[in-house]
Design a protein around this ligand. Structure first.
Ligand code: SAM
Length: 220
C-alpha cells in the first residue's frame, strides 16, 4: 500500500489542524502523523482520509473523526505498556493509534465482515501485535482482564457492567453513553473494587452500540 509524499503532507496538515483544535499530546499527534489513514478507507475515497471528518467504511459503520480519536485517546491517558481493550474495532484505525502509543491492544468487533477485512489490513500494515476478536463487546474479554484502560467507540445506551469488572483498580473506561444519535462522553475511574467516579466531557455522535455478533452475509 502506497504512502506517498502527498499523503505525508496531508497528514501533517491534519496534525496541525488537530493541534489548533486543542490536542497537545505529542504522543497522540505523533501516532496520527505516522499512520497512513488513507489505507483505512476505500481507495475511491482517499481524498477524504485526511479531513477531520468521520467517514463510512461499509457495513453501515464509520471510521471516527480524527479529532474524536485523538480526544478519546487523550481521555484514556495511555502509557507505554498499558493493557487496553477497545470495543468497536471498525476500520482498525483507533487500535493502531493505541498500538503506536505503546499499548498492548485487545480489540473487539461484532460484525464478521468488518472483523475479517480489518484483520487483513492490520496484517498488511504490520500491526500483527494488535489482538482482534469477533464478539459482543458488552461482555468484554474476561480472559485477558484486568485492563488499564477500556475504550468504547460506539454509542452505548448504558455502561455494560462486565466492562467495569474488567478494569484494573486505578484504570479508566472511556465510553459515549446516551441515545442512539447523541451521546455524552464519560470517563469512569475505578477507585477501588466497588468505587467508581464519573467525569463528563461533552456531546458526541457515534454509531450505535449493538448486542450480539452479526455474521457475514454472502454479498459482504
Ligand atoms: N474504532 C473504529 C475505527 O477506528 O475505525 C470506529 C468504530 S465505529 C464508530 C463503531 C464500531 O463498533 C462499528 O464497527 C460497530 O460494528 C462496532 N460495535 C457496535 N457495537 C458493538 C459491540 N457490542 N461489540 C463490538 N463492536 C461493536
Amino acid at each position: 500500500m502506497e504512502d506517498t509524499y502527498r499523503h505525508k503532507g496531508l497528514r501533517k496538515q491534519l496534525v496541525d489542524g488537530l493541534r489548533q483544535k486543542g490536542i497537545r499530546d505529542e504522543a497522540i499527534l505523533g501516532a496520527i502523523g505516522k499512520i497512513p489513514r488513507h489505507c483505512f478507507l476505500d481507495r475511491a475515497f482517499e481524498e477524504w482520509a485526511y479531513q477531520d471528518v468521520p467517514f463510512p467504511i461499509g457495513a453501515e459503520q464509520t471510521i471516527s473523526q480524527p479529532y474524536t480519536v485523538a480526544f478519546q485517546t487523550w481521555l484514556l491517558e495511555v502509557k507505554k505498556g498499558d493493557k487496553v481493550m477497545e470495543i468497536g474495532t471498525g476500520s482498525g484505525y483507533q487500535a493502531c493509534v493505541l498500538a503506536e502509543m505503546g499499548a498492548k491492544v485487545y480489540t473487539i468487533e461484532r460484525q464478521e465482515s468488518l472483523f475479517q477485512k480489518t484483520n487483513k489490513l492490520l496484517e498488511q500494515l504490520g500491526y500483527q501485535r494488535i489482538r482482534t476478536f469477533l464478539g459482543d463487546g458488552s461482555l468484554g474479554l474476561p480472559r485477558f482482564a484486568p485492563y488499564d484502560g477500556i475504550l468504547v467507540t460506539a454509542g452505548a445506551p448504558e455502561i455494560p457492567k462486565p466492562l467495569l469488572n474488567q478494569l484494573k483498580v486505578g484504570g479508566r473506561l472511556v465510553i459515549p453513553v446516551g441515545r442512539a444519535d447523541f451521546q455524552e462522553m464519560l470517563v469512569v475511574h475505578k477507585r477501588s473494587a466497588h468505587k467508581f467516579e464519573t467525569e463528563r466531557f461533552g456531546h458526541f455522535r457515534f454509531v450505535p452500540f449493538l448486542g450480539g455478533v452479526e455474521k457475514k452475509r454472502k454479498k459482504d
